[in-house]
Design a protein. Structure first.
Length: 308
């Protein structure tokens, strides 16, 4: 019911020409995407509407998406980012290498898959002027987000090296192997531990945290000791609730430049909007909606690079 109230508030007219974009996943009830995308559609005067659907029967949902010509775009979230791949007609190179998509563009029944998690992270770093050429990057974690960001860095950034620190040996080793084989970049991987953090943080320029540590409600946790952080290290945390995690707060206090996870979330949403509409996303509108939503949860969204 709540999402229909939101739609009625942001759309002046819903008719037979309205294009549908939607989120599919399980669960979806706490998603920020409907508020952000509907506000952007309204601001741009586009006859689009965005809804969220809890999907357990992915095969049935994909048949419906292919059959309904009014559907323009789909956001894909947990647990369907990998399982959706066989239903797509084409997959962008970065998304194919990652092995997951978070965005589908429907074009006359043809479904094209993309991954704006990867591009969103890079855009957040670029906007904050925290993406150095020939940079040395350290990624913590080896799950889906770490995989997307690592492939984005290797395929779309000018980096000299990438090091992965993660606790799950098999997952980390598979990610390092895939990155080396598919991108030809210099990539190394080691267990995530106090000793490896102490050894590798000083060797790198940008640290990107991609584990759930520090995510609400466990906001007091961090896997990076404060004493290891010092300028000129740049620290990005993809956790966006709370807005300033303990990791980011301690990095900022140590004098490091920081990039909050909300910036990645914002830029991945902008990437989706632009793929669906072929229009430049209204960043200020989308940022304002995200700021309002996070403020209700006790957070505050600043400008790109906030805290740096």
């Amino acid at each position: 019911m709540r999402q229909w109230i939101v739609i009625l508030q942001v759309m002046s007219t819903i008719d037979a020409k309205t294009r549908l974009c939607a989120l599919i996943g399980n669960p979806v009830e706490h998603s920020l995407s409907p508020e952000i995308h509907n506000a952007a559609f309204q601001h741009m005067g586009l006859n689009f509407v965005y809804l969220a659907f809890e999907v357990q029967d992915l095969e049935g949902a994909m048949r419906g998406i292919q059959a309904l010509t009014g559907i323009r775009g789909i956001s894909v979230t947990i647990p369907h980012k990998v399982a959706v791949l066989p239903y797509l007609d084409s997959i962008a190179p970065t998304a194919r290498n990652i092995g997951a998509v978070n965005t589908i563009v429907a074009d006359a029944g043809v479904l094209n898959g993309y991954n704006t998690d990867a591009s969103g992270a890079l855009q957040a770093l670029r906007a904050a002027r925290c993406l150095p050429d020939e940079g040395r990057f350290l990624v913590l974690g080896s799950g889906g987000a770490a995989r997307a960001i690592s492939f984005g860095l290797c395929m779309e950034a000018k980096l000299s090296s990438l090091t992965i620190l993660a606790v799950i040996d098999q997952e980390r080793e598979a990610l390092v192997r895939d990155l080396r084989e598919k991108t030809g970049k210099q990539v190394d991987g080691f267990p995530l531990s106090p000793d490896t953090l102490k050894r590798h943080i000083p060797e790198n320029q940008v640290l990107i945290h991609c584990t759930p540590v520090g995510m609400s409600p466990n906001v007091g946790e961090s896997c990076v000791p404060r004493q290891l952080m010092a300028p000129p290290l740049i620290v990005m945390d993809i956790v966006y609730n709370p807005f300033e995690t303990r990791l980011l707060a301690e990095a900022r206090q140590a004098g490091c430049r920081t990039v909050p996870g909300a910036e990645m979330f914002l830029h991945q949403a902008m990437g989706q909007f632009e793929l669906w509409t072929e229009r430049t996303a209204p960043v200020d509108v989308m940022r304002a909606v995200l700021e309002k939503r996070l403020a209700r949860e006790g957070a505050r969204l600043g400008a790109p690079g906030a805290g740096g």
